[in-house]
Design a binder for this molecule. Structure first.
Ligand SMILES: Cc1cc2nc3c(=O)[nH]c(=O)nc-3n(C[C@H](O)[C@H](O)[C@H](O)COP(=O)(O)OP(=O)(O)OC[C@H]3O[C@@H](n4cnc5c(N)ncnc54)[C@H](O)[C@@H]3O)c2cc1C
Length: 511
């Protein structure tokens, strides 16, 4: 096995984190701004070999790996800082790191046997291996628990068969975490889900790529459809502490809670680009920066930067692999939905502010818009997650026999600091029977109240007071707007026969 020249393994493990992260940032700055043109890089699919080799020479994934396997210990604040540094330069690079860390290394760290960890995790340090996760199937995306990929067991080997698509790093990753349901003798599939490690470099374990997709953005990352027909040794099955579904929830919640790492650098970059552009661009004899509407956009972008910082602080103290996050659905879903909405809104604002220039394929604004959009879709579509936030809160209110939303929120640990801002707005009784769209509206409200709570907590630790105050105002404004929509009794209905009597030209007088 070849060893890529980089830090000595001992140095990676023990060097001061400030030095580690500063050198990583400097490497990325050099690669994306001196050695290559980041705007041009974003135009081509895949990654030039020198780029990944140089990035890997800094062993960034060491932050996710425990010390006993050659890593830096898996401290979440280090993981988020590395993701932040990556997403400031490239959201696709950060997602690549996030996939490896949260969807492969952390699950393996927590649920694989010691021998497998020694072999697999050490190879991330010494051989710069990459890993990914395959859950989604062509007919089962949001409804992943109904997946049809299945496995049987014979002679000490697991045999897994099925089709998976849209797994990040398709055809590139060396290891895959593969999900499947157990098949019994009659061909029936169990309700539980199991996770297996496929080593693409080992005989009988390769995943066959049937087609590569022309993904809209995130050009660095290959996606496609895979045929799975692999034989795996017994020890490559992950060992859940109870059920496989609980293990899956723990894994997915940990990943969602760490999204702010990817959001952080991206939001800071959107803000920096927007401020620089608006200061320099003259329109109607004045700098764009001086227009009130422009200021509003910049203020919102600053609020997203601040709220995301607050989420990072919360995540750093919550997402360690030693914690069971299977029940952490409310914070995980609130963080994932709100941060990805903020990322998309920030990129849309940058595109608006940069005008036509931003619409060039080789400009960061347009690219950021398409690159950040799927974050609202993958790992739980935001519409569904917002609904789930509401359902979880309503369930807890029912259990406590509380019907007043404000009364509940002021005693709930994720909203107790922010509830006071809504003494009036959220002071109403909730009828738990509501249409799905109202559950989604309410989930958007709750996600933002929770984000305010994180922001208040960060403020109490001394974070920039003006940024905190502005962020609370922006989020409160959004909650007030969303709650108006929630309260409206209008539930417009879809009209089935819309092609009939709906050709506008027929209604033009004097034709
Ligand atoms: C860029 C990208 C990266 C990805 N990376 C990975 C990866 O690494 N590994 C992996 O396994 N998968 C990955 N995926 C797949 C992703 O997780 C799925 O696309 C996602 O789970 C949605 O599944 P689907 O595409 O089949 O959409 P569907 O399940 O068909 O849903 C489509 C839309 O329908 C709506 N919808 C669905 N169900 C409901 C409901 N119950 N109520 C209301 N509305 C609903 C939502 O708006 C949803 O967005 C990735 C996808 C993308 C685009």
């Amino acid at each position: 096995m070849s060893v890529i020249s980089s830090y000595l393994p001992e140095t990676v493990r023990t060097m001061d984190f400030r030095v580690f992260i500063d050198e990583y940032k400097e490497k990325l700055r050099n690669l994306f701004h001196v050695r290559a043109n980041a705007d041009q890089l974003g135009l081509k699919r895949g990654v030039p070999p020198f780029l990944m080799r140089e990035i890997q020479s800094k062993t960034p994934l060491a932050v996710f790996i425990p010390k006993e396997y050659g890593g830096r210990g898996g401290h979440v604040h280090e993981c988020l800082s590395m993701l932040e540094a990556s997403s400031y330069e490239s959201l696709a690079l950060s997602l690549t790191m996030g996939i490896n860390g949260a969807l492969f290394i952390q699950p393996v760290t927590k649920y694989a046997t010691d021998d497998v960890k020694e072999r697999v995790l050490r190879s991330f340090i010494e051989n710069k291996r990459l890993g990914g996760l395959m859950i989604t199937e062509p007919d089962f995306g949001s409804d992943a628990l109904s997946m049809q990929t299945s496995y049987g067991y014979a002679d000490g080997m697991y045999h897994i068969k099925g089709t998976k698509h849209w797994a990040g790093l398709t055809g590139w990753a060396d290891y895959w975490l593969m999900t499947a349901r157990k098949r019994d003798g009659d061909g029936n599939l169990s309700r539980d889900i199991d996770f297996f490690i496929c080593d693409n470099t080992a005989p009988g374990q390769q995943i066959h790529v049937e087609e590569y997709f022309e993904n809209l953005g995130l050009y660095m990352i290959p996606y496609g459809r895979n045929r799975v027909d692999v034989q795996l040794p017994e020890d490559q099955k992950l060992q859940p502490q109870s059920t496989g579904i609980k293990m899956m929830l723990d894994i997915l919640h940990r990943s969602r809670i760490q999204f702010p790492g990817m959001g952080m650098g991206f939001l800071r970059r959107m803000l920096d680009e927007a401020v620089t552009h608006c200061r320099e661009r003259m329109v109607g004899g004045a700098s764009l920066f001086n227009y009130d509407q422009v200021k509003e956009r910049l203020t919102r972008m600053q609020a997203w930067f601040t709220a995301c910082s607050a989420m990072c602080a919360f995540s750093s103290e919550t997402a360690g692999v030693e914690n069971d996050l299977a029940k952490e659905n409310i914070s995980a879903n609130a963080i994932k939905t709100v941060v990805t909405d903020m990322m998309q809104e920030a990129s849309q604002s940058l595109l608006q502010l940069t005008g036509a220039k931003g619409y060039r394929l080789d400009h960061i604004a347009g690219r950021a818009t398409v690159d950040s959009r799927p974050f609202q879709i993958f790992e739980g579509a935001n519409d569904i997650l917002y609904q789930q936030i509401s359902e979880a809160i309503l369930k807890s209110m029912r259990r406590m026999k509380e019907v007043n939303l404000y009364e509940y929120l002021k005693g709930f640990n994720l909203t107790e600091h922010a509830a006071d801002y809504f003494k009036e707005t959220l002071n109403f009784s909730i009828d738990p029977k509501m249409p799905q769209r109202k559950l989604v509206d309410l989930g958007q409200v709750l996600g933002r109240v929770i984000s305010m709570d994180f922001t208040i907590r960060l403020g109490e630790r001394g974070f920039h007071a003006d940024l905190i105050a502005n962020t609370l105002n922006v989020l409160k404004q959004d909650v007030d707007m969303l709650i108006t929509r929630f309260h409206t009794s209008l539930v417009p209905a879809y009209v089935d026969d819309y092609p009939e009597d709906s050709a506008w030209l027929s209604f033009v007088s004097g034709r």
